[in-house]
Design a protein around this ligand. Structure first.
Ligand code: ADP
Ligand code: ASP
Ligand code: MG
Length: 810
């Protein structure tokens, strides 16, 4: 004989009930079928009762909806010949229920006894319907054999009576029996009671244990017990096997798939539990039994309770005193407060434990009463409650033989910037529990799940600000590469936030990059650097990366805060790295302290590996003596384009049209862009330098740059003739004009230079960059890096490379 329990989701709709019928009728051994109320009905019964109790007339509409839901199911699943009978029986019950609600509405009072009566209708109705859906099934009333007694205001199963009554009731077992789950009655008064929310699982386990079933099957809406709550962790997967104790730990810490008390009765009798999916009956599900598998993973699953209050009892009066903990836990037990985690300081001067928020007030009251004398004498402080917390447990029997699990756990938390408020590991070593802030729960679960279960693949959550030429090219490249990275490099690159200068969009599951422009257009979330950052922090996703493809100082001003929240920053924006030296260092140090990265390879030479190369040289002990470089793709392009036919002003216009220049070309023409790059290079080469320390030779008079852009372009036009003359003269001497940035033993300088054909900067096509690095090791022949140094495509590719470097893949 086996016991099959179908939860609310399995009996929630016409189609799912058809599956239940099929599953039960296909069993070729005796079965007891335990059913929950139709999905969502228990919640609805309670909500309707609450409405009625405050005199809210809309309880009647709620009641009608409950009625309609059952009628719809009857019409859909009960065979025609039984419809009238079932409708009559169901309507009778619904009439009774309506009368109870009316009473509650009139006297505006809802006792727990009345509520127990009200919620019992859920299972009574569903089982009545199912009794005429499944062929040849005999309906039983669990109130007649599941008996409870009251302890600390809770209904506890009276096992002696229950076991006896079950044995009597099922002495002659029909081939198929149907039992409403959850409901019970008081062993003395006979009043209707229940086994607590989710209690149908428990009903099934009690029946299975008492009647020595071969197995207990829990049929629900997921393929089995999963590594984490699938509603929070989309990558959670089904666990093939669990031991009873592992399952018990996971359930006690919130894995909703089984109601925690369920496991004990079957564990005691060594009856295996199988979790199965009503919507996918052929899936193997999860087997829970007593077999110990020494080869199974150290960590089987993670679960969490997002309703945690930590209570701390402190005082020097506790040190070395025997019996303080016994008084704490006895007094809590006497009041029915359930404690689910305990942690004690080794000095014994404080004991901290976790309870549900709803129990916190009572717990504090009870403890302050218990220790009133000690508190009055100053030996102990009043109990302290800390709310809005969450508990997470990682569970696995093999944890005890695998060193480094705690290290890995806390390393993961540290890297994700999650603060652990309390932790506990049982001596049995099959569970490590941590308490964190409730707002960090989702991120923590994701980070731990990623680290323990998906170590072969990594997720990066990207927040991209700026979708001008570089940003949009980056998104295009990501969209193209996403699936390849996922399948070949196990890197899940998700863009979860995008902002242009007007709007922003967010999506935790990843934004569809084929339509992000339309989504931005349609979005009504206004984009400002702080608003975007705030939303990103609010989303609190693990492995987040902020990608700055703007050229805005206001965006760069957010980096410190972003890095401080353990989010890496990848920037094509040069403003931060070239800002004051103190800011640059603070950002680098913050990144280091937070174990995240601040990357800006594209700040110099677009996609060329310049900063990484300088870092590699200095990290390996080389020292940089000189740098000579042509770093402005725009200026190189301009000087390569100017000719007797194309004057300076026209060459500038062409550079703008070709998309080489910064959005404001004056940033290039004033040398400002090169100056920023040189400052960054010098800093990366190990020099302490500010922008003001760079000597600048202007080839366009400095005062022109103060004018508006149109006037500026007019003024440049007036220089065309003089510039052409200078160019001609150089040409006659066999020289070319180059805008050169140089660093000599820490002295930085930028300006126009005429170079002859022997100079390494002479051969410089189009918008290319070239950089000569002379070091201790590369002294006679400097290292030369040369190639495209401007353009959206290569810059975006450089940003992309920085992003990928964060994932540490090869
Ligand atoms: P039923 O109505 O069948 O009793 P429940 O809603 O009580 O169903 O429990 C099943 C739900 O538990 C799943 O739909 C899933 O969302 C949730 N759940 C939470 N943690 C886990 C987990 N570790 N494995 C599987 N399901 C889980
Ligand atoms: N119907 C009850 C509830 O929703 C019992 C159960 O479904 O297990 O809590
Ligand atoms: Mg359930």
């Amino acid at each position: 004989m086996k016991v099959l329990k179908f939860g609310g989701t399995s009996v929630g709709s016409v189609n799912s009930i058809k599956n239940v019928k099929m599953i039960v009728e296909q069993c070729d051994e005796n079965v007891i079928v335990v059913v929950s109320a139709l999905g969502g009905i228990t919640d609805r019964l309670i909500a309707t009762a609450n409405k009625a109790s405050i005199g809210d007339e809309s309880y009647m509409e709620s009641m009608q909806e409950i009625h309609a839901r059952h009628s719809e199911v009857i019409a859909g699943v009960v065979p025609a010949q039984h419809q009238a009978e079932i409708e009559t029986r169901v309507n009778e019950m619904l009439d009774e229920l309506t009368n109870i609600y009316r009473g509650v509405f009139l006297i505006k009072e809802l006792s727990s006894k009345m509520l127990d009566a009200i919620v019992s209708y859920g299972e009574r109705l569903s089982s009545t319907i199912l009794s005429r859906v499944i062929e040849d099934i005999v309906l039983f009333d669990s109130r007649t054999f599941i008996k409870t007694e009251t302890q600390f205001n809770k209904h506890i199963v009276d096992f002696d009576t229950t076991n006896r009554l079950i044995a009597e009731t099922f002495a002659q077992q029909p081939r198929r029996a149907l039992v409403p789950g959850f409901i019970s009655s008081d062993h003395v008064s006979g009043d209707i009671t229940n086994l607590g929310r989710g209690g149908s699982d428990y009903t099934a386990a009690i029946l299975a244990a008492t009647l020595d079933a071969n197995r207990l099957e829990i049929w629900t809406d997921v393929d089995g017990f999963m590594t984490a709550d699938p509603r929070v962790i989309s990558s959670a997967y089904v666990i093939e096997k669990l031991s009873f104790t592992e399952a018990m730990e996971l359930c006690n810490y919130g894995a909703k798939v089984i109601y925690p008390p369920t496991i004990y009765p079957v564990y005691h009798k060594n009856i295996p539990i199988v979790i199965k999916n009503t919507f996918n009956p052929t899936a193997p599900g999860t087997l829970i039994n007593n077999d110990y598998d020494p080869n199974s993973k150290a960590i089987k699953g993670i679960s969490s309770i997002n309703d945690t209050c930590l209570i701390t009892v402190t005082g020097l009066g506790m040190v070395g005193v025997v019996g303080v903990n016994s008084r704490i836990f006895n007094s809590l037990a006497q009041s029915g407060v359930n404690v689910f985690m305990v942690s004690q300081a080794s000095s014994e001067n404080s004991t901290t434990f976790a309870v549900r928020n709803a129990d916190a007030e009572l717990a504090v009251e009870v403890l302050n009463k218990e220790f009133a004398t000690e508190i009055e004498q100053g030996e102990m402080s009043p109990a302290l409650a800390e709310h809005d917390l969450a508990t997470i447990a990682i569970v696995g029997e093999n944890m005890k033989s695998a060193p480094g699990i705690a290290g890995k756990l806390f390393g993961t938390l540290g890297r994700s910037g999650i603060n652990t408020i309390a932790c506990a590991q049982g001596a049995q070593k099959m569970n490590i529990s941590i308490v964190i802030k409730s707002c960090d729960l989702r991120k923590t679960l994701n980070a731990i799940h990623d680290s323990f279960f998906l170590s072969s693949s990594r997720v990066l959550n990207l927040f991209v600000m700026g979708v001008g030429s570089v940003g949009s090219d980056l998104l295009k490249q990501i969209a193209k590469q996403q699936s390849n990275l996922l399948h070949n490099k196990a890197l899940n690159l998700r863009v979860v936030g995008i902002a242009n200068s007007h709007n922003c969009i967010f999506n935790r599951d990843g934004i569809d990059l084929s339509t992000y422009r339309e989504q931005l257009e349609a979005s009504n979330i206004v984009s400002t650097p702080t608003a975007f950052k705030d939303e990103m922090l609010q989303m609190n996703m693990f492995n987040s990366v902020f990608v700055d493809c703007t050229d805005s100082g206001d965006v760069a001003a957010q980096y410190y805060d972003i890095l401080s929240h353990n989010i890496s920053v990848v920037a094509s924006n040069k403003i931060a790295a070239s800002s004051s030296y103190s800011n640059y260092i603070m950002l680098k140090e913050t990144a280091k302290a937070r174990d995240v990265k601040f990357l800006f390879e594209t700040n110099v030479g677009a996609g060329l590996p310049i900063i990484n190369t300088l870092n590699a040289l200095t990290n390996s002990g080389d020292s940089i003596m000189h740098i000579d470089a042509a770093l402005s793709g725009t200026l190189n392009y301009i000087f390569n384009t100017v000719s007797s036919e194309i004057p300076l002003s026209q060459a500038i216009e062409k550079a703008i049209e070709a998309g080489y220049s910064e959005s404001d070309p004056r940033v290039d023409l004033s040398g400002k862009d090169v100056l920023r790059k040189l400052v960054i290079l010098a800093r990366e080469a190990g020099y302490t330098i500010e922008q003001e320390d760079v000597e600048v030779d202007y080839f366009i008079p400095r005062e022109y740059f103060g004018k508006d852009i149109n006037t500026f372009m007019q003024l440049v036009k007036s220089m065309d003739a003089d510039f052409e003359q200078m160019r001609m003269q150089c040409a006659q001497e066999g020289k070319l004009l180059r805008y050169v940035a140089s660093l000599n033993d820490g002295r930085a300088k930028i300006g126009l230079q005429a170079v002859d054909s022997t100079h390494p900067l002479y051969q410089l096509e189009g918008s290319n960059n070239v950089i000569l690095i002379t070091t201790d090791r590369y002294s006679e022949y400097p290292m030369i890096i040369k190639g495209y140094g401007a353009g959206a495509g290569v810059t975006a590719a450089g940003v992309f490379a920085d992003i990928i470097s964060l994932a540490n893949i090869r």
